[in-house]
Design a protein around this ligand. Structure first.
Ligand SMILES: C[S@@+](CC[C@H](N)C(=O)[O-])C[C@H]1O[C@@H](n2cnc3c(N)ncnc32)[C@H](O)[C@@H]1O
Length: 283
């Protein structure tokens, strides 16, 4: 196993930036919400995987993150399997924005599964699609090498994801991608991770808003209880966001944490990202 200091140095050098997009093969064509840097990062992360446990993709949408993980995993020289979780439904607006070349469905809540299956066809033997609410899913698939969280759009769901998936991460080896970590409307992510700081070492900020962690210690039931964010008061949530800002000082600018504090103040008691996005009602 690589030493922690080697892994830290490896990520600090940001080697994914040197990956030519042509290395991604058919994955480069799969529609995605990922930023250009994230696209290269996911491929590189799959390629450098250190063991033969599962890769878990929480929040797949059209399969963009899964495809880029798979294109890397396929050349890693290891056995691999990606578990992608989503409701696999799309609004017409998102469909038109991210898949302009696909025929637009007649109504919202359109089925994404046929499109996703087509997008992931080059790796079909290496993918399982888990359809439905992640909040109702349980992980029983053994060790996880790479966990990408792009679906923790609410505080209760963030607790559930941590409870189900974090204990399967292998200390010293597994990588956790918190895709939305610096989003102003998801302040529960940093509030959760700062209480799990004994188990995770921040490795890199991948713009726009992703933070990458190395698992360094087992995530225990006691740690998960202490890290819960679903029932925090606004005051406690804010104080955890401030703790997280201090924790990440030097790796992440302060501005995203400031924006999170402003969102909490503007939306008291709100713990769902889409509700925080909405303008505050007058009065
Ligand atoms: C930002 S998108 C994912 C983007 C994707 N990773 C990519 O590469 O384009 C977030 C996804 O999370 C899914 N999601 C959010 N909450 C969910 C839940 N409770 N259960 C299942 N899927 C959920 C949404 O359906 C959506 O497709």
């Amino acid at each position: 196993m690589q030493s922690v200091s080697k892994i830290v140095a490896e990520f600090a050098a940001r080697p994914w930036m040197a990956v030519p997009e042509t290395d991604l093969g058919p994955a480069a064509q799969v529609p995605t919400m990922l930023t250009p840097e994230e696209r290269l990062f996911y491929h590189w992360l799959g390629r450098r995987v250190q063991g033969e446990g599962a890769t878990v993709d929480l929040g797949a949408y059209a399969g963009g993150s899964a495809a880029r993980l798979l294109s890397g995993l396929a050349i890693s020289g290891r056995r691999f399997h990606v578990h992608s979780y989503d409701r696999f439904r799309s609004s017409r607006a998102l469909w038109a924005r991210f898949m302009p070349d696909e025929p637009l469905p007649d109504a919202d809540d359109a089925d994404l599964l046929p499109v996703v299956r087509r997008h992931l066809a080059p790796w079909q033997k290496h993918v399982t699609l888990h359809v439905g609410d992640i909040g109702e899913k349980q992980w029983t698939g053994g060790p996880i090498e790479i966990l990408s969280v792009d679906a923790a759009k609410g505080a209760v769901l963030a607790d559930h994801i941590a409870e189900q998936f974090f204990p399967a991460l292998v200390p010293g080896r597994s990588i956790l991608v918190q895709q939305d970590y610096l989003m102003s409307v998801q302040p529960w992510l940093c509030a959760q991770m700062v209480r799990l700081r004994d188990g995770f070492l921040p490795l890199a900020h991948v713009p726009k808003v992703g933070l990458i962690f190395l698992a360094v210690a087992p995530v225990t039931e006691a740690a998960l209880t202490a890290a819960k964010v679903g029932d925090l008061t606004d005051g406690k949530l804010m104080s955890r966001v401030r703790e997280a800002a201090a924790w990440h000082d030097g790796m992440v600018p302060r501005a995203p944490f400031k924006a999170m504090l402003e969102q909490i103040k503007a939306h008291p008691g709100v713990r769902l990202g889409w509700q925080m996005r909405q303008a505050r009602a007058p009065g």
